[in-house]
Design a protein around this ligand. Structure first.
Ligand SMILES: Cc1cc2nc3c(=O)[nH]c(=O)nc-3n(C[C@H](O)[C@H](O)[C@H](O)COP(=O)(O)OP(=O)(O)OC[C@H]3O[C@@H](n4cnc5c(N)ncnc54)[C@H](O)[C@@H]3O)c2cc1C
Length: 398
């Protein structure tokens, strides 16, 4: 018979490192290290300040552009580094651990660019992608609308051909950088075929200084406050015909493909947020004393911490597996939806538990756990609410 072994408290490490790189493919480890150093120097120390003020972190974005860590999935021929999905995920985990709001701003600076380098012309890439890759401009992706969010085939903003122009009318909501961007990728209705609802939308490049484009910030958010979203109104907004990306009617399929990559990134949002929650809670529970001992000495707390780590590691394993599957184009929609759902819900669960172990201090605005807890609520919604992900998982199960 083996006697159970109990470790003395002194053998339990006080700090912890959850985002180790052993699961990260070798070619992505250098950029992960760069992202970590940047996050440590620029994001972490400013996280609370921007969360409280709700200001757009211009100077951190500029530093990220300067350090070649923003918009660098854009291929080298258009001025980027051509970072692949694994490299983006590795960076994402690091940035979101440091702060989700600032991280979202860094990531949204080139939101939607992938659609142009995957489906656009060389001229479009040269004119619109290069300035983003070189840190001169920023982009956005406008899909969601005030009256429609989850139903991608139901979006109503319309683009009508008039001579050699497209005329856009309608509204978009929740659009990252809708105010700050130099141009956006727009998902708009170009057909009404009820037999083929997935062929009714197309993608366009819309410069934000075009007449008929009006954007204002949406009301202040309770989470990811260092990122900005907009309500956009299009009123007889005319763009040249050459601003159509790819073929008419291919918008839905382009978007589905784009979201497969995006959902792996959003799984990374969940992992980064969860790592922050667990690390913060680990430190707190090993410092806080009650009943003459640290609260981490209570077995109930130890089991809670163990569950948090278990859930984190499970989600991280699934995410990196999903990343490989999506990169290889193997049932990408299924794996992306699974990774996104698991990692983002795990982040909600571990941050909730972290709040409990922080006791009354959990609700103090100045506490990192309070910020992380609020931020964790967002990735379960954006890039498709998790109910939609479950539809995809069920529908595409092998
Ligand atoms: C911080 C933030 C940033 C964002 N950035 C962008 C951006 O840059 N560009 C952009 O285009 N959009 C953006 N979005 C919008 C985001 O993608 C939508 O919020 C999301 O798709 C959900 O749409 P909705 O909010 O309209 O919710 P709805 O579609 O109204 O859904 C509400 C709820 O209903 C339930 N539900 C809906 N449909 C189903 C279903 N079929 N089955 C079961 N349950 C269902 C779910 O619980 C869902 O959460 C952003 C959102 C946030 C919060």
């Amino acid at each position: 018979m083996f006697a159970p072994v109990y470790f003395h408290r002194a053998t339990v490490p006080r700090g912890m490192e959850l985002l180790d790189d052993s699961i990260v493919p070798e070619h992505a480890r250098d950029v992960k290290a760069e992202a970590r150093e940047f996050a440590h120097e620029h994001i972490e120390p400013n996280a609370q300040k921007y969360f409280q003020s709700g200001e757009y972190p211009e100077e951190i974005l500029a530093a990220g552009q300067e350090s070649n860590l923003v918009a660098q999935d854009i291929p080298e021929r258009w001025g980027g580094r051509g970072l692949d999905l694994a490299q983006l995920l590795a960076m994402t985990e690091e940035f979101y651990r440091a702060d989700a709001g600032i991280a979202l701003t860094l990531q949204l600076a080139s939101f939607g660019c992938e659609i142009t380098y995957e489906h656009g012309t060389d001229d479009q890439c040269e004119e619109y992608l290069r300035p983003v890759a070189e840190g001169e401009q920023r982009s956005g992706l406008a899909v969601s609308e005030p009256e429609t969010g989850s139903d991608l085939s139901g979006m109503q903003t319309r683009a009508e051909k008039d001579g050699d122009e497209w005329v856009i009318d309608g509204e978009k909501y929740w659009i990252g950088n809708g105010v700050e961007a130099d141009w956006i990728t727009l998902y708009a209705r170009t057909g009404d075929d009820e037999e083929n609802p997935y062929g009714n939308h197309s993608m366009f490049i819309v410069p934000t200084d075009t007449d008929g484009y009006e954007a204002e910030h949406i009301p202040e958010k309770m989470a990811m406050r260092a990122s900005k979203q907009a309500h956009i109104e299009f009123d007889d907004c005319r763009i040249p015909e050459e601003n159509l990306i790819g073929e008419i009617g291919d918008g839905f399929l382009m978007l589905a493909d784009f979201f497969n990559h995006g959902r792996i990134a959003v799984a990374g949002h969940g992992l980064g947020i969860a790592a922050a929650a667990i690390e913060e809670t680990w430190t707190f529970t090993h410092d806080r004393e009650e009943f003459g001992r640290t609260i981490s000495d209570f077995q109930a707390v130890q089991h809670g911490l163990a569950d948090m780590i278990l859930e984190f590691e499970s989600a991280r394993a699934l995410t990196w597996r999903g990343c490989q599957k999506v990169a290889n184009g193997e049932n990408a929609g299924y794996w992306a939806a699974m990774a996104k759902t698991k990692a983002t819900e795990m982040a909600v669960d571990v941050s909730e538990r972290g709040m409990q172990f922080h006791g009354g201090r959990s609700i103090l605005d100045e506490r990192r756990i309070a910020r992380v807890y609020r931020d964790a609520r967002i990735p379960v919604i954006y890039e498709g609410a998790n109910e939609i992900q479950r539809n995809l998982i069920y529908g595409q199960a092998p």
